[in-house]
Design a protein around this ligand. Structure first.
Ligand code: DGL
Length: 280
């Protein structure tokens, strides 16, 4: 396993802007770390793609991040995790942290004994989710709810539009009707919809986002390779998007909560673009 300088960035990627929900948690947990985020928005949603395509994108982006000198990799995408994580872990020379729908904490939280899991169809159909349900679902009902269209709404930063509300109401209605008191956000795009989900499900239903647990796992995996706060070195958070066109900066700034510059790479490009090099 490669050990890099402690001020090397942590690389984080997702099919699009959803992984910013994980990046936010990492920034909160590890405020001294430099971060480099890749939104593969030119290819989102991954949920509509076949497994080989997703695995190929995951490898390409991991290669870009390694070329940029990252000291750890966070696959901030449940869909890429279920499809590609075993292959990535086999060759990636830095620690790899990935997503897993928070079915275990949900099983420990529910009082009604009914848990709803919102995720992409790819994620819900995976052996990982089948294994989690078999392990933690023995005494409870776990309802798996695919949510086509939601990733696209978040990619447009439509967090409160009527169309987004209609989709969410449609997906949440059967879960609430079945008595679910705990909802798992099994896609990293969905935490951006948590306020709207809260409006629909009411105050009594628990909404579980694993981002903080993932950030804590990143901290654990870094061990001694953590950055320390240093007045002379400002912390850098850099953003790259394959969206093409010029909308990525506005969308990422809106979701990140402050105005940021986004380096845009061509969607079809799989080599390292100018300016996306190792820092420091
Ligand atoms: N954020 C991704 C996830 O966690 C969305 C996948 C997609 O693009 O379909 O699964």
């Amino acid at each position: 396993m490669t050990t890099l300088r402690d001020d090397a960035p942590i690389g984080v990627f997702d099919s699009g802007v959803g992984g910013l929900s994980v990046l936010r948690a990492i920034r909160d947990e590890l405020p001294a770390e430099n971060l480099l985020y890749v939104a593969d928005s030119g290819y989102a949603p991954y949920g509509d793609r076949d497994a080989d395509f997703i695995a190929d994108r995951a490898s390409t982006i991991t290669g870009l991040l390694l070329d940029a000198g990252v000291k750890a990799l966070v696959v901030a995408c449940n869909t890429a995790t279920v499809v590609a994580i075993a292959k990535l872990r086999a060759w990636c020379p830095v620690p790899v942290v990935a997503m897993e729908p928070a079915i275990k904490p949900a099983a420990q939280t529910t009082k009604s004994g009914v848990v709803g899991v919102l995720a992409t169809s790819q994620t819900l159909a995976s052996p990982n989710v089948a294994r989690l349900c078999a392990t933690y679902g023995q005494d409870i009902r776990i309802l798996l709810q695919p949510c086509p269209g939601l990733v696209e709404q978040v990619e447009k930063a439509e967090l409160r539009s009527e169309a987004t509300r209609e989709l969410l109401e449609r997906y949440l209605a059967p879960l609430l009707a079945a008595g679910a008191d705990t909802i798992v956000l099994g896609c990293t795009h969905y935490p951006f919809l948590a306020p709207l989900i809260r409006d629909i499900v009411g105050a009594e239903v628990a909404i579980i986002d694993p981002a903080t647990a993932v950030a804590k796992e990143v901290a654990r995996r870094l061990g001694d390779n953590r950055a320390s706060i240093c007045a002379e070195r400002p912390v850098e958070v850099r953003f790259v998007s394959s969206a093409g066109g010029s909308g990525a900066s506005a969308i990422i700034s809106a979701l990140w909560g402050s105005r940021v510059e986004v380096l845009e790479i061509e969607p079809q490009r799989s080599c390292q673009p100018t300016g996306f090099g190792a820092s420091g």
